[in-house]
Design a protein around this ligand. Sequence first.
Ligand SMILES: Cc1cc2nc3c(=O)[nH]c(=O)nc-3n(C[C@H](O)[C@H](O)[C@H](O)COP(=O)(O)OP(=O)(O)OC[C@H]3O[C@@H](n4cnc5c(N)ncnc54)[C@H](O)[C@@H]3O)c2cc1C
Length: 706
Amino acid sequence: MNDTRAGSRQGEVTELGRSVGALLDAVWGDATAAATGDLDAVRAVAVRHGWLELAEHDAVDFLLAAVARLGRRACPFAIAAAYVAARLLPGLAASIAAGEVRPLVVVGGADDVLLEGAGDATHVLEVGETEVGLRAVRGRRAAPGLAVPAWHRLTLGPAERHPLADGAAEEAVAVLRLALAVRCLEAAARAHELAVAHAGTRRQFGRPVGAFGAVQQRVASCHVEVAAARSLVGRAGRLLADGRPDGPYVAALAARLVRDGAAGVVAGAQHTLGAVGYFEEHEVPWLFRRVHADLTLLRSPGVDDASTDLGGGVVARLVDAGRPLPAFDLGPAAEALRREVRDLLARHARPVCAAHPTGHDAEGVRGEAAAAGLFALGWPDGLGGRAATAVEQAVVHEEMKYAGGPVDRAMSATMLIGHALLRHGTPAQQGAFLPLVREGRMAFCLGYSEPEAGSDLASLRTRAVRDGDDWVVDGQKAWTTRAHTATHVWLAVRTDPDAVPRHAGITVLLVAMDSPGITVRRHVALSGEISCTVFLDAVRVPDAARVGEVHGGWAVVTDALAAERVVMGGVVATLRRHLDELVALLRRPDSPPPDDVGRDRLARLAARLQAARALVLDATQAVSDGDARIAGPVAAVLGGDLAEELGRVALDLLGPGALLSAGAEGALDAGRFEAAHRLAPMYVIGGGTNDIQRGLVARGLGLPRE
Ligand SMILES: Cc1cc2nc3c(=O)[nH]c(=O)nc-3n(C[C@H](O)[C@H](O)[C@H](O)COP(=O)(O)OP(=O)(O)OC[C@H]3O[C@@H](n4cnc5c(N)ncnc54)[C@H](O)[C@@H]3O)c2cc1C
């Protein structure tokens, strides 16, 4: 589907969601209606407004928009079953649309199964691999419990068998899975939104409770789960609606993500709401019931992502069938660029060692990438760039990272200082440095952190005092990566010690590392990389090296940091490479197959990785839309957490060989797992810790500062 058509379709989907919401407000109410709500009235509205005819229009995206509204109101109206039944048995479509046939759908057999929304069901469809059985409901027994309205066990008549077309069962499972996931997710998301609002208004100890760090961290963690799941669920829905072959795979991943995250979101919301959210007058107890009932249904046979039949779940596809996580199609221009970068990398591929053929000749990659304008991709044509969109830039970043980052430093220069120089640099600075950035030769380091200024960057104390046309700089920078090989340091200094707020007294200087008065002490990180303490002792820096206004450095720094968050999110491509390598090892004939626990951990990991990939794209889009306030930190949090999780899972599944270094006898994958495991904590600490990123998310949600 082209962009314009996709855009207008999305508009219609949003509109349908709104109208479903408004009608439900009238006939059902909010989630507190779960106990007493009138499902007959909901059905009457559904019939009148054509919600039960969506299958005839292949409108799974419309279906999901409606399901989302039902989830937020804890309403179990079985609209997804109606959709799937009408798809599987088109002969029933008219009676379903009229509300005369009220079907439920079960994957496998329906005898003695607890069923949701069965209070007025007339039929059950039993979906098998090649046929569907249609059974009339003869009797029902309520099974009161956590689910409200109660589940039922049904007495069913004999099955009338109908053959299924190829792929029909797989599609049915995908839609059922995704619809359940959406309902569950949106119930949890509604609880989360109520908690955010409460945190902003409920006062304790003289402050809104949302000002407390513990509440902010919890709220932000919940938000990351919701944002990740929404992003992936949305993409799965669009793929299914477009009939794309990857749709069922992404739906399985999205369902798995919700399975892992939704309970934590609703629990987090309850904890933030305290007693007020524990009583039945409030929506959250009903949303809690909805979420947990749906989570149980998501684990039912056939729907469960651990299933291996009917197209299967996550690990059946990823490991058993050897299908890598599906790529998102980013449109013709971005995909052409992806091919261009892959071809370029292939031309410079060099074996790292006999066992590992996928290293690169970094200088070869740099030279060709520079000639192709890949380090200046987003710049205007006149500056040697290609005026590429943010999404196209993300594609190049992703491919380079997936290839192991042969030109990482050049890519960071583009992301971190190229952009800031374009915006804030003088013509002379642009003339001197942009060509270096464009050629991938800008050997810079980032001089922000200090011994006493880590997360609290605004408290930095390295002083710069004006002396004629120069600044005289004194102080110390800490953990400055690659300072020992840098020609320049992008230095944040304090030019106004009395500024209030403190960040209003900061200026950025781009300083030559060979300036007299600079000395460097190296430190080896757990990853093996070298970061340095940089001592600055009466270093004279010409004012011509100032980037941006005097005392105006914060704008320059935050511009660069916003890009850094996307760079940190870009870690996802590296992690995907590790996952692919892990899967390749697990698929080797001499590898013992992972047990159920291992498969479960892999499924969780794969789902989170795919979501992180979606979030990085969202964050990239948000940067180009000028708002990376929440999307960037959300991607960074998930990326950091995942890096550590992937390291642990790989070691657990692969055993001691994964702990051996490159060159050691028996080392798996040339020591890459061992190296990646050591690098992982950096993604949680460097570039703003995950706690700080969650703080940014909390403030982006409107919670007050601590
Ligand atoms: C490998 C590596 C490379 C690096 N490279 C560079 C570089 O090139 N240039 C550079 O300038 N810096 C670099 N850094 C430094 C990096 O930016 C800092 O480590 C980071 O900003 C965190 O600061 P800190 O380590 O001092 O931790 P601190 O700020 O001291 O934090 C300690 C703990 O307190 C928590 N915390 C602090 N404040 C809050 C708060 N408000 N709310 C909640 N929790 C909070 C943190 O999350 C953390 O858990 C690098 C770091 C690493 C690990």
